[in-house]
Design a protein. Structure first.
Length: 386
C-alpha cells in the first residue's frame, strides 16, 4: 500500500496540481494535493481491509465501486494534465506560452471531465449485460457439431454489487437465447461463502440440452476455493477441476475440460487454514489425456495467457475470460493485453486452436469501470471451418 501510494498516487497528484504553485496558491495546492492523495489511496486501503477482514465485504464492496471511480478519474486526469503540459510546452517553443490562469483553468476543466467520464464508465460497468451472438469457425469440428450454440458466462463476480437480482437477470437472458450448452470459465464469485452464496444461487436455474459446465478462476482462489467448489457442485454446474467430461452429440463425442488457474498458491483469509493454499494448479496434460479419442476438445481456461501451451495439447477451442475485455479502450491494448500474452478479447488463431476471450458478464467491484468495452453474455455458434 505504501509502495502504491508513493510511486503512483503522490507523483500523479503533484503533477496534476503544480499549476497552483505557479499561481502562488500554496494553501490551495496542499489541500488539493492531500485530498487527491487520500482518495487515490482508497483502492489499496480497501484491498488491505478486505484481506485483513477488518471490514465485512458487504461494507467494502460499495466503497470499492466508489474507489474505482476515483482511481479511473485520477488516471484520466493524469492524461489530461499531460496534454495540458505538452500544449504549454509547444506554446512556449513558438514564443507564446500558457499563462498561469489558463493553465489553472485547463487543470480544473480536465478534472471535471475526468470525473464525469469515469462516472459514465461506472454506470456502463454496472449494467446488466446483453446477449451477443457470433459464429466461430473451427478447424477439425465434426459436421455433427456445426450450429451448436454455446453460451459463455464469464466473470460474473457475484457480490453485494452484482447481487442475486443481477445474477438472476443474467440467467434469464442466457436461457432466453436458447443455448445447447452453457459454460462458465471462472470468476463466478467474490467474497466468502457464508455471506455471498445467496448472490450466486440463481445459477442453479441454468439448464441446457447438453449441460452446464464451469471451471475455476483466480477469484475463486481468493475467496475460499474449497468452500465455493462445494457450492458449485451443489448447484449442479459440473465444476471441472483439471477434469474432462464427454458429451454425446448426434453420435459424436465432445470433450469438455476445465483446468485450474495460474493464481494457485495464493493464500486466502476465507480458507479453513489461511496458511495453506487451496485449489490446484492448471494441468493441461491431465485433461488432454482424459480427452484423448474425443472428436473435438473444448477447454475452459479462465486466463487466456496459457493458450499456446494448451494449443500444443490438441485443444480445438479454448474459452477464457479474466481480462474483462480490457475495461477501457486504449487501456485494453496498452496495459491489459501485454500482461495476458497479447490476448484481451474476441477470437484468436493459436496454431490450429481457436481462442475466444469473453468481455465478461460482470466485473470485480474494485474496478467497476467500462468505457467502450461492454459486458456481454456471449453465444458462440460453432461452425465447421472450410
Amino acid at each position: 500500500m505504501i509502495f502504491y501510494a508513493s510511486l503512483i498516487v503522490l507523483p500523479v497528484a503533484l503533477w496534476l496540481w503544480w499549476p497552483l504553485l505557479q499561481r502562488e496558491k500554496r494553501g490551495a495546492f496542499w489541500f488539493a494535493f492531500l485530498v487527491t492523495a487520500l482518495l487515490g489511496a482508497m483502492p489499496a486501503a480497501l484491498i488491505w481491509a478486505m484481506r485483513s477482514t477488518t471490514l465485512a465485504y458487504d461494507v467494502i464492496a460499495p466503497l470499492q465501486v466508489a474507489a474505482g471511480w476515483v482511481f479511473c478519474a485520477l488516471a484520466l486526469a493524469f492524461v489530461m494534465a499531460l496534454v495540458r503540459d505538452i500544449v504549454g510546452l509547444l506554446l512556449a517553443l513558438v514564443g507564446g506560452g500558457m499563462s498561469p490562469r489558463a493553465r489553472g483553468l485547463a487543470t480544473g476543466l480536465g478534472v471535471v471531465i475526468s470525473l464525469l467520464v469515469s462516472a459514465f464508465g461506472v454506470t456502463q460497468a454496472l449494467k446488466l449485460p446483453d446477449v451477443h451472438e457470433q459464429d466461430i469457425a473451427l478447424t477439425g469440428l465434426p459436421a455433427e457439431f456445426d450450429g451448436l450454440r454455446v453460451a459463455v458466462i464469464a466473470d460474473i463476480h457475484a457480490s453485494p454489487i452484482n447481487n442475486a437480482r443481477y445474477v438472476h437477470g443474467i440467467v434469464d437472458r442466457t436461457l432466453a437465447a436458447m443455448p445447447d450448452l452453457i459454460v462458465l470459465p471462472g470468476d463466478m464469485v467474490d467474497g466468502d461463502v457464508a455471506t455471498q452464496a445467496g448472490n450466486l444461487a440463481p445459477l442453479a436455474q441454468l439448464r441446457a440440452k447438453y449441460g452446464v459446465f464451469a471451471a475455476p478462476g483466480n477469484h475463486e482462489y481468493y475467496s475460499g476455493y474449497e468452500a465455493w467448489a462445494r457450492v458449485f457442485r451443489a448447484q449442479h454446474l459440473n465444476y471441472l477441476e483439471n477434469q474432462t467430461q464427454r458429451v454425446k452429440i448426434k453420435g459424436r463425442t465432445l470433450a469438455i475440460s476445465g483446468i485450474g488457474d495460474p493464481a494457485y498458491g495464493r493464500l486466502s483469509q476465507q480458507n479453513a487454514d489461511p496458511g495453506v493454499p487451496e485449489g490446484l494448479p492448471p494441468d493441461i496434460a491431465a485433461v488432454a489425456k482424459q480427452a484423448k479419442g474425443a472428436d473435438f476438445h473444448l477447454l475452459l481456461a479462465h486466463q487466456p495467457k496459457l493458450a499456446r501451451e494448451n494449443a500444443a495439447q490438441g485443444v480445438g477451442l479454448q474459452i477464457s475470460g479474466h481480462t474483462h475485455g480490457g475495461h477501457i479502450l486504449g487501456m485494453d491494448r496498452w496495459l491489459v493485453a501485454p500482461v495476458n500474452n497479447g490476448f484481451v478479447r474476441g477470437t484468436y488463431d493459436v496454431d490450429r486452436m481457436k481462442l475466444f476471450v469473453s468481455n465478461g458478464a460482470g466485473l470485480w467491484a474494485g474496478f467497476a469501470v467500462r468505457l467502450g468495452v461492454p459486458s456481454r453474455i456471449d453465444v458462440l455458434v460453432l461452425r465447421k471451418a472450410p
